[in-house]
Design a protein around this ligand. Structure first.
Ligand SMILES: Nc1nc2c(ncn2[C@@H]2O[C@H](COP(=O)(O)OP(=O)(O)OP(=O)(O)O)[C@@H](O)[C@H]2O)c(=O)[nH]1
Ligand SMILES: [Mg+2]
Length: 290
């Protein structure tokens, strides 16, 4: 059984077309209406979708509910796509095909595999930065880590339990795919940015997603992320302390600058190093829990 799963928040203008265009390609269309204040739920239901309604918690919370539903209802393949009409439901078979004929666990619809995407330069640059950070954490080499147009195999549906409530869920899922050893492939898709004026919103949104991505990556590689800067600071603190002692012992000059600098660097270095060690052991302990 194939399910098309659509997170939707106040998408009454677009949801009907997304649902009706998705229906021919799947067995069920499920819309997660995350506390919309418009007629999204009603329109989706009338168009033929099953509607899950919950209080507004964010994109990630909706994705999480859709995973849970698909697991419970034994979906063999789950496709996620946006309710705002930016993804073309007629491309669902492209993603499904990657799973059924090429045997991958997760197919990501990428906007950037060919150059036709008309996203603004800033948006492209932002997604590139986030994707590089995310690739560093996963060892994948994908081009669009933030795409919401994806397909998941049964193994992936069973293995992935997202917990991020916001947009960072896209990165979180990639890390979980990597940790579980699931396979991944990208499929070129097109996206429509018509009528999109949310540039400013996108900047703050992008910064938030990047911060979250760094959080995930730093947990995955704590020794590089905290340990190396920690040791560098510790060593710098020790050197500066040596300079202070040298001046004090040889010339009886109390050089307050290097004393203070040495203490600050040493403390910062110690904090980062301890953080690295704690995160490293914690990551090992909880790695296989989800
Ligand atoms: N259920 C639910 N869906 C949401 C929420 N926020 C966004 N969505 C849906 O998730 C999809 C993607 O959200 P968008 O805001 O379009 O994100 P985007 O495509 O990255 O950004 P834009 O370029 O501004 O469209 C859309 O279908 C939204 O309706 C939410 O809080 N809950
Ligand atoms: Mg959108």
């Amino acid at each position: 059984m194939k399910f098309a799963c659509i997170p939707a928040y106040n998408e009454e203008d677009s949801i009907e077309l997304v649902v009706t265009k998705s229906l021919p390609h799947v067995d069920r269309v499920i819309v997660c209406d995350d506390g919309s204040t418009d007629n999204t739920a009603k329109i989706a239901k009338e168009a033929g979708a099953i509607v899950i309604s919950q209080t507004n918690q964010g994109y990630g919370a909706a994705i999480s509910s859709l995973f849970e539903y698909s697991r419970k209802e034994n979906a063999q393949i789950m496709i996620t796509l946006d309710g705002d009409g930016q993804h073309n439901p007629d491309q669902i078979p492209l993603l499904v095909d990657a799973i059924t004929t090429h045997d991958v666990d997760v197919a990501i619809g990428s906007r950037f595999l060919d150059d036709s995407t008309k996203a603004t330069r800033y948006r492209k640059a932002g997604i590139k930065i986030i994707t590089s950070a995310s690739n560093y954490g996963t060892n994948f080499k994908i081009s669009d880590s933030q795409s919401g147009f994806r397909a998941y195999s049964k193994d992936a549906i069973d293995a992935i339990h997202p917990t991020e409530q916001g947009m960072a869920v896209s990165t979180e899922i990639l890390l979980k795919i990597s940790n579980k050893g699931l396979s991944i492939a990208e499929v070129p898709i097109t996206i429509s940015y018509e009528g999109d004026t949310s540039e400013q919103h996108s900047v703050s949104h992008g910064v938030g997603v990047l911060a979250n991505t760094i959080k995930y990556v730093s947990i995955k590689h704590p020794l590089q992320f905290y340990g190396i800067p920690g040791i560098v600071l510790l060593v710098a603190g020790i050197i500066l302390g040596g300079v202070f002692l040298d001046r004090y012992l040889n010339d009886q000059v109390i050089f307050y600058g290097s004393l203070l600098g040495s203490v600050v660097l040493f403390l910062l270095g110690a904090i980062l190093s301890v953080t690295a060690i704690i995160l490293f052991s914690m990551a090992n302990l909880v790695r296989d829990r989800y």
